[in-house]
Design a protein around this ligand. Structure first.
Ligand code: PLP
Length: 423
């Protein structure tokens, strides 16, 4: 592919592998030897439906999704799911417990560790404010444990979490893309995993959750999906991710939904006023019954995502990416630390306090220094390093498609910048 491609460190839509983009170019002209381009072919053609099946298998196989869970494809992105998870899980709760005892409520527990989980909690509040017997509980808000009490700079200690006894939903965001905060990866769901979970404050506190075999646990994996294996995947009710970070172009949302969360939302509404009427497009049953094509899916995004996932599988899947991404983030955090010692950089989320593997955030210290850093990066062909507009600073995004060479180029530039600034 053209050598004038920049090194793209954007948090999304993000870089995609050059080899996949070359293949996708061919597919735009001729998809699966049909002589019709992917953007032109019917989503009900046997070729497209076979491709969609393959996409599902690629996700199932690589993440080891058990048969207890369905894989569904939707539109509407993460933002659509902020609403969908509330509506479907409330309907599920109503069907499980149609009649509440006097004073009993349906509680939606939110773990807030940054701006995306805060936005999701806000959506839940908006949707349920006037709904009888439903309440949003902020199980923890990480900003209350931050240095200034107002921003997000680390994961909260496990002692700060206050989960409800029998919630209808427990929500968290695995990687906060804007704030650069991510739950460290706990080992698998074995006994030693539980022990380590107790000791390591940067793991998601699975050991504090209510003891329930069908946990209503919902996770937003938008910006870390497929970047490493998902710990305790089987314990989740719903895992969702927009494609536009590690997987493909925007438009496709991937859902992993436990079978008991695919419920008749209309029946729930008839049963209790605690259930909210659900537009068909947000109903998991509607999606599942329609085999993820109840209406026209985002065909191009599905196509490119399939190509990316095939390539991932050839390389070794999430386990391969775990090592690959670990190496990249270690190099960048190391250099931020070096710059911090020299008074040039300031880490916003230390690596050992929940620093994200995917989005490394830091500040460049001094008058006009951030502008100099960004300008210098741009002159070397590196783009997308400016932090999110709501928090400022620098954000180096290291999704799967960011190569080791690109990371090395960034690190070399950061080192060079430290030297020039301290001369
Ligand atoms: N959740 C996370 C973690 C995100 O990073 C984003 C977007 O960047 C969203 C949700 C919102 O996703 P969308 O833009 O697909 O609605």
């Amino acid at each position: 592919m053209a050598s004038d491609r920049v090194l793209n460190f954007s948090a999304g839509p993000s870089a995609l592998p050059d080899s996949v983009l070359e293949q996708a170019t061919q597919g735009l002209l001729n998809f699966a030897n049909t002589g019709i381009g992917i953007a032109e072919i019917s989503h009900r053609s046997k070729e497209f439906l076979a491709f969609l099946d393959e996409l599902e298998s690629l996700v199932r196989e690589q993440l080891e999704v058990p048969q207890t869970h369905r894989i569904l494809f939707a539109q509407g992105g993460g933002t659509g799911q902020f609403a969908a998870v509330v509506m479907n899980m409330l309907a599920r709760d109503v069907l499980l417990r149609p009649n509440l005892a006097e004073g009993e409520e349906r509680v939606l527990d939110y773990v807030v560790t940054g701006s995306w989980s805060r936005t999701a909690a806000k959506e839940a509040t908006n949707l349920t404010e006037t709904v009888p017997n439903v309440r949003v509980n902020i199980a923890v808000d990480a900003k209350n444990n931050s240095a200034d009490g107002a921003s997000y700079d680390s994961l909260p200690p496990h002692s700060a979490y206050q989960f409800s006894e029998n919630p209808a939903l427990i929500y968290y965001c695995e990687n906060e893309t804007v704030n650069g905060i991510q739950f460290s990866k706990a080992p698998s769901d074995d006994a030693s995993g539980e022990e380590l979970n107790k000791k390591d404050e940067t793991t998601f506190p699975f050991h504090l959750l209510p003891k329930n075999t069908l946990l209503p646990l919902v996770a937003d994996y938008s910006s870390s999906f497929m970047s490493r294996p998902i710990p305790r995947l089987a314990d989740h009710a719903i895992i969702y991710a927009g494609a536009q970070k590690n997987i493909g172009p925007a438009g496709l949302t991937i859902l992993i939904v436990r079978q008991d969360c695919i419920v008749d939302v209309d029946a729930a509404v008839k049963l209790s006023r605690s259930a909210i009427p659900v537009p068909s497009i947000l109903s998991y049953k509607y999606l599942a019954d329609g085999k993820s094509v109840p209406n026209t899916p985002p065909v191009f995004s599905v196509y490119v995502s399939g190509l990316v996932l095939k390539r991932m599988k050839e390389l070794g899947g999430p386990k391969y990416y775990e090592e690959f991404n670990r190496k990249k983030k270690e190099k960048v955090y190391e250099t931020v630390k070096e710059g911090e010692k020299r008074g040039v950089f300031r880490s916003k989320v230390p690596e050992d306090k929940g620093g994200s593997w995917m989005n490394v955030v830091f500040e460049v210290v001094g008058d006009g220094a951030e502008g100099r850093f960004l300008k210098g990066a741009e002159s070397k062909g590196m783009k997308g390093l400016k932090g999110h507009r709501s928090v400022g600073g620098i954000r180096a995004t290291l999704y799967n498609a960011v190569t080791e060479e690109a990371t090395d180029a960034l690190v070399a530039y950061m080192k060079e910048f430290i030297e020039t600034e301290t001369q």
